[in-house]
Write a protein that binds this ligand. Structure first.
Ligand SMILES: *Cc1c(COP(=O)(O)O)cnc(C)c1O
Length: 362
């Protein structure tokens, strides 16, 4: 067997598998899922719609109807198209594969989204992580210096950032985009845009090196796996050659079309989550043992700051109260004793707050 396994790349064998904890029986606040489903009447209509889909046929690879719906919903500027992925994870992999020339580099601020580094490695690219400042803002000078010295083919900016939840300063982002110029791409990842109240989209036509990426995952559709990205047509045409032709399945296609026809429902859910986020931040601000960071996403990042009590202690105590959050304390030194918590329904947030109270006391 070991001879057989030696066929697999050494760096792949050295990887730890992406770990997803078992959440059965737990209040699940670890993965930025929208807690709301579609209302029953829409569920019924969706069932009918999906039942009629021609499962015997391959998808039509142009995905014209779905792309038109997305361009409309997203208000994509005239002259810009989108391409679709099986989640943004696949789009990140597609861009990496397309740009993975020998020696090509990938740059991202850290702590950041784990898939950027993962995808770079799997594509054989060198990954450079530049630490954020202690307040999680971009270290503009450090980023610019790396760009000048290393000329990364891809630079990621998550707007807002995961796991810190903040929006980067637009001037910092523009300085980075200008410095990259025509020597690389800047991927602006707006996975959390529905909760951010702002977008980089209006800037897109002014920056031919920018790729804007979004997903329906945080909007209540994490299970159907759809991401999309927009950029100049010339770039999209190249990425499209790397995309597996039938990468988005017909059920996902039909489901997203249906949900976008009822966009007011998911928009209202996002609004409710934003209101709950304010509530949650207010309650957390009253706890002296907790440092809480501003959030433009559907999660909050907090730091346990009671002497003798670590983030991991609190994480485990929360689990004993059947609440699952994400322990990000070991991800990066800037996140020491930090936990990341999805904003959920008023009921689940109350369960979390009460579990947190108990966990801080004992
Ligand atoms: C959650 C998340 C995504 C979403 O990936 P999908 O594959 O579309 O579910 C992308 N980028 C960031 C920064 C995220 O946090």
């Amino acid at each position: 067997m070991s001879r057989l396994l030696s066929i697999v790349r050494d760096d792949v064998r050295a990887l730890a598998a992406y770990h997803v904890p078992d959440a059965s029986g737990l209040v699940k606040l670890d993965a930025m899922e929208n807690p709301y489903q579609l209302p029953p009447e829409l569920q019924r209509q969706l069932g009918e719609r999906l039942g009629a889909v021609a499962l015997n046929r391959y998808p039509v690879p142009s995905y014209a109807g779905l792309k038109a719906a997305i361009r409309h919903h997203m208000a994509i500027p005239a002259g810009f198209d989108v391409i679709l992925g099986n989640g943004s994870d696949e789009l990140i992999a597609i861009v990496s594969t397309a740009c993975a020339k020998p020696g090509a580099k990938v740059l991202a601020p850290v702590p950041g989204f784990v898939m950027y580094a993962m995808s770079a490695q799997l594509a054989g690219m060198d990954y450079i992580g530049v630490p954020l400042r202690a307040d999680f803002s971009l270290d503009r000078e450090a980023m610019l210096a790396v760009i000048r010295a290393q000329r990364p083919a891809i630079t990621y900016l998550a707007y807002p950032n995961n796991p810190t939840g903040n929006l980067f300063d637009l001037d910092d982002m523009l300085a980075i985009i200008r410095e990259v110029g025509d020597t690389g791409l800047v991927i602006v990842d707006e996975a959390y845009q529905p909760f951010a109240g702002t977008s980089f989209l209006p800037q897109l036509p002014h920056h031919p090196n920018v790729v804007l990426m979004r997903t329906v995952s945080k909007l209540g559709l994490a299970g159907i796996r759809l991401g999309y990205m927009s950029a100049s047509n010339e770039l999209l045409a190249e990425f499209d050659k790397v995309r597996p032709p039938y990468n988005v399945n017909v059920l996902t296609e039909a489901a997203v079309e249906f949900v976008l026809e009822h966009a007011s429902v998911i928009d209202a859910q996002a609004e409710a989550i934003c209101a709950e986020r304010s509530q949650l931040l207010q309650s957390l601000a009253e706890l002296p043992e907790v440092e809480c960071f501003p959030s433009a996403a559907n999660f909050v990042l907090l730091r346990i700051q009671r002497p003798g009590l670590t983030g991991t202690d609190v994480f485990q105590r929360l689990l004993q109260h059947r609440v699952l959050v994400k322990n990000v304390g070991k991800m990066h030194t800037l996140l020491e004793d930090c936990l990341r918590v999805t904003v959920s329904t008023p009921q689940e947030n109350a369960v979390f707050m009460s579990a947190l109270h108990s966990s801080l006391m004992s």
